[in-house]
Design a protein around this ligand. Structure first.
Ligand SMILES: *[C@@H]1O[C@H](CO)[C@@H](O)[C@H](O)[C@H]1NC(C)=O
Ligand SMILES: *[C@@H]1O[C@H](CO)[C@@H](O)[C@H](O)[C@H]1NC(C)=O
Length: 453
């Protein structure tokens, strides 16, 4: 008889439900996603159509960045929903910068218009790390080329396709402490101010390639890998940075902010960690690469931002999709890949879809994951560090006083941590791989009060 109060309550309840859903952190509520750089400097890489189908069907990767605009690659991503960044070759920049704009219109007509919207091209990258080349003609032409391409895209009705250019962090004259960072003097007003003005006008991101891999030493390895560490304090702000990635992004932000462009979005064009390097280099193996990339994915999906950019999200592209055996340079350059050419993961960071074809894992006898007999102490320790550092696993039982502390051996502690990780991450076979040092067993390893779940 008195429906209004009831109705009001229902509405209030609905509002509460909606708020809860919206405010849930994307890292927990929504599926994770990440971008990847798809480089092709290998003679053993699979055909682009297979790559596109693999990414669409088997992984959480929802955007790719290409280092050119090879039509075979661009076409392969048609109708996949995967967003694609195409790159203008460095050498074309001077002609694209031409005042009449004809070259830019021709480039768009040949490299974007024929493929869009079937291929979801969302960004045109104008060259790659141009300021690192030190080439005066390229540097001078960069912003004008970006402006002409942006105008050409608009004129062709392709307003949704943004234009930017990725930078190495050598663009900063000072990068520590982050709050004092600034761009290199010669470029600050001449290149970065007009570039940021264009990016603001076109709602496009400032793209940087932060690589803690190129900035760590043995003392700062854990800081570079997002692992527990004492942190680094910025004396001017009093902020203690717990990872190098945050510090690098905040340095970029401070440099932009000095010029009045702190509002422009930042995207991460490349970042990653190799699985092999020159002999003797510490901190390079599948365990470290997995640690860095897994934490990076969580970071960019968490929407927590950085100390100077709270709650910001960053469109990010891991480097790289495949190990590229023809890349020149140090060994690491050929070993940044997430996948081998046969699509097997080089290490597990949770980017495979849990349920490839919608099938549920078969229910069978319970399985546990333990450390193989004979695994090296270094490998066991690395497994413990890895399993206990990603936030999925409670490792207190193997700490002093915990139910699984005794026997106090690396073998026993590693088995506990590896099994807990195996359970927490979905207990699929590859979650117990640990670079070949894990073993799946049907024998329950629990003892006394120490329960392997
Ligand atoms: C294209 O990619 C963007 C960015 O990932 C996404 O928001 C959009 O829905 C995609 N469009 C299509 C048609 O898949
Ligand atoms: C960031 O998000 C949190 C949680 O939603 C909120 O309390 C805080 O005010 C936000 N901070 C900024 C600077 O927007």
């Amino acid at each position: 008889m008195e429906p209004p109060p009831m109705a009001t309550k229902t509405v209030a309840l609905l509002v509460v439900v909606v708020i809860v859903v919206v405010s849930e952190a994307p890292g927990q509520g929504k599926a994770l996603s990440i971008g990847v750089n798809y480089g092709t400097l290998g003679d053993n890489l699979p055909p682009p159509a297979q790559v596109a189908a693999f990414l669409r069907d088997r992984t959480i990767i929802d955007r790719v960045k290409l280092f050119d605009s090879n039509p075979d690659l661009v076409r392969a991503f048609a109708l996949t929903g995967i967003s694609v960044t195409v790159t203008v070759p460095n050498g074309l920049i001077p002609s694209l910068a031409d005042r009449r704009g004809g070259a830019a219109a021709a480039w768009v007509a040949a490299n974007v218009a024929p493929f869009y919207p079937a291929t979801n091209i969302t960004l045109v990258s104008v060259g790659n790390e141009i300021l690192a080349t030190g080439d005066r003609a390229l540097v001078a032409g960069l912003v004008p080329a970006m402006r002409r391409l942006s105008a050409a895209l608009s004129a062709a009705g392709l307003r949704r396709v943004r234009v930017s250019t990725p930078h190495y962090l050598g663009i900063l004259a000072v990068s520590w402490p982050p709050s004092a960072a600034r761009f290199r003097g010669g470029y600050e007003r001449r290149v970065f101010a007009p570039m940021l003005q264009l990016l603001r006008e076109t709602r496009s991101p400032f793209v940087v390639n932060p690589y803690p891999y190129f900035g760590y030493n043995p003392e700062t390895l854990n800081y570079a890998l997002f692992r527990p560490n004492p942190g680094m304090r910025d004396p001017f702000t009093g902020i203690t940075y717990t990872n190098m990635f945050d510090a690098q992004l905040d340095a970029v932000y401070s440099a932009m902010n000095r010029l009045g462009y702190g509002d422009v979005a930042i995207a991460v064009g490349e970042t990653g960690w190799p699985t092999a390097a020159e002999p003797g280099q510490i901190g390079v193996s599948a365990a470290e690469a997995a640690s860095y990339n897994r934490n990076l994915i969580r970071k960019v999906n968490s929407a927590t931002g950085t100390p100077l950019m709270p709650n910001r999200t960053f469109e990010a592209y891991l480097f790289a999709l495949f190990n590229e055996n023809l890349k020149p340079g140090p060994i690491a350059e050929r070993n940044f890949g997430l996948f081998r050419p046969d699509f097997t993961p080089v290490y597990d960071i949770g980017i495979l879809k849990n349920n490839p074809s919608g099938r549920r894992p078969r229910r069978g006898r319970r399985k546990w994951c333990v450390a193989k007999e004979g695994a090296s102490e270094a490998a066991l320790q690395a497994n413990i560090n890895y399993a206990c550092s990603n936030g999925l696993v409670d490792c207190r039982p193997i700490q002093e006083g915990g139910a699984c502390f005794l026997p106090n051996t690396l073998q026993a502690h590693a088995s506990y941590a590896m099994n807990a990780f195996f359970r927490a991450s979905g207990h699929r076979r590859f979650h117990c791989d640990f670079a070949g040092t894990g073993l799946i067993t049907a024998a329950n390893p629990s003892y006394g009060n120490c329960q392997f779940r």
